[in-house]
Design a protein around this ligand. Structure first.
Ligand code: ADP
Ligand code: TRP
Length: 329
């Protein structure tokens, strides 16, 4: 039997999940979980939450909430190893070894690092600088080849590939160069008209747990224009709304709206009402599964414990091998 290819992905435990996380990351995770050619590992990147200012009680809750979101969205512990990053301390050990083949200059120049420093000028910590190195360890510790993430994570994957190459060339390890597994929603735009939907930007997102009224309210606040013009806007609020229409109602519906924009004019109240319905239809089953899971805390505990045990076993083998190759064992 051919060895299965490994997949690893994670989402930071920094808040409630939104449509960007769902379409950009979770949909890809689900597709690969369903593919028998792959062995899938999905973690909550709880330690990565320490790279930006955070609240201890909230992190404690969020790491568990993301596990529940994963299960509610269809990640299945019978098919995937589902775990918390901090439960597998080998990730941190490997990250330290990887930091010995990574330069500070390279990390300082990453756009993701610069953005975060801009957001939190007083928190440019070593942990933040080391973010991509820990992420490389998350992936390479399982020799994962495919990583379902949104397009914003591409620079981080490039770092992981470079670390794999350097480690292999210098120490004779056998790390594969992981690649991004893209979905149709690899870039879900912000509701505010600029940038991507993100947990850290208020007003930019729709959460997976939002009810219809909340979705409507959030869409109502999204900026629009007069609804008519000679040219379709290529960026901004209207362009972003049309992208969401395409993602949730299909490209035909988008084309219909585009034609209206160029002729008789678009009614945004109607567009937003229909879009809200379509989004809610997709979220409803996830929300009912979530309600069931919330009533079964012991089951969630069991998933977390068993995931940690399975992941640790695999991670320990890699770290043992790397230690020997580095001259530490
Ligand atoms: P956030 O920016 O909201 O804090 P994270 O950085 O925790 O989100 O991202 C978790 C996963 O979700 C990553 O794979 C990321 O690429 C994906 N993701 C986040 N926002 C979006 C988006 N707007 N569109 C597509 N994918 C996204
Ligand atoms: N950096 C990712 C994010 O914020 C989260 C993450 C941490 C991750 N480790 C990972 C994603 C490993 C994929 C693989 O979105």
């Amino acid at each position: 039997m051919k060895a299965k290819k490994r997949v690893l992905s994670g989402i930071r435990a920094t808040g409630r999940l939104h449509l960007g996380n769902y379409l950009g990351a979770i949909k890809g995770m689900l597709a690969l979980q369903a593919d028998p050619d792959y062995e899938t590992l999905y973690m909550v990147a709880d330690a990565h939450a320490l790279t930006t200012p955070y609240n201890v009680a909230e992190l404690r809750q969020n790491r568990r909430e993301v596990i529940i979101d994963y299960l509610a969205a269809g990640l299945d512990p019978q098919k995937s190893i589902i775990f918390l990053q901090a439960d597998v301390i080998e990730h941190f050990e490997l990250a330290f070894y990887f930091s010995s083949v990574t330069t500070i200059a390279k990390m300082q120049h990453l756009p993701t690092f610069k953005d975060k420093v801009k957001q939190h000028p007083h928190h440019n910590s070593m942990a933040l600088l080391n973010y991509p190195v820990l992420m490389a360890a998350d992936i390479l510790i399982y020799h994962a080849t495919d990583v379902p993430v949104g397009v914003d994570q591409k620079p981080h994957l490039e770092v992981a590939r470079e670390i794999a190459r350097k480690m292999n060339a210098t120490y004779g390890t056998d790390f594969p160069e992981p690649k991004m597994f893209a979905t149709k929603g690899e870039h879900v735009p912000s509701l505010k008209g600029k940038g991507k939907m993100s947990k850290s930007v208020a007003g930019s997102y729709i959460n997976l747990t939002d009810d219809l009224a909340t979705i409507k309210k959030r869409l109502a606040d999204a900026p629009t224009d007069s609804g008519q013009g000679e040219k379709l806007p290529s960026s901004g609020g209207v362009a972003n709304l049309l992208t969401l229409v395409e993602l949730f109602q299909g490209s035909q519906q988008r084309q219909k709206y585009e034609a209206q924009y160029l002729s008789t004019g678009l009614r945004y109240d109607q567009l937003k009402a229909k879009l809200a319905q379509a989004i809610y239809q997709e979220l409803k089953p996830i929300q009912s599964k979530r309600a069931q899971l919330e009533a079964q805390p012991a089951y969630v505990d069991k998933v977390i414990a068993s995931g940690a045990q399975k992941a640790r076993q695999l991670a320990q083998q890699t770290v043992k091998d790397v230690k020997t190759k580095l001259g530490l064992g």
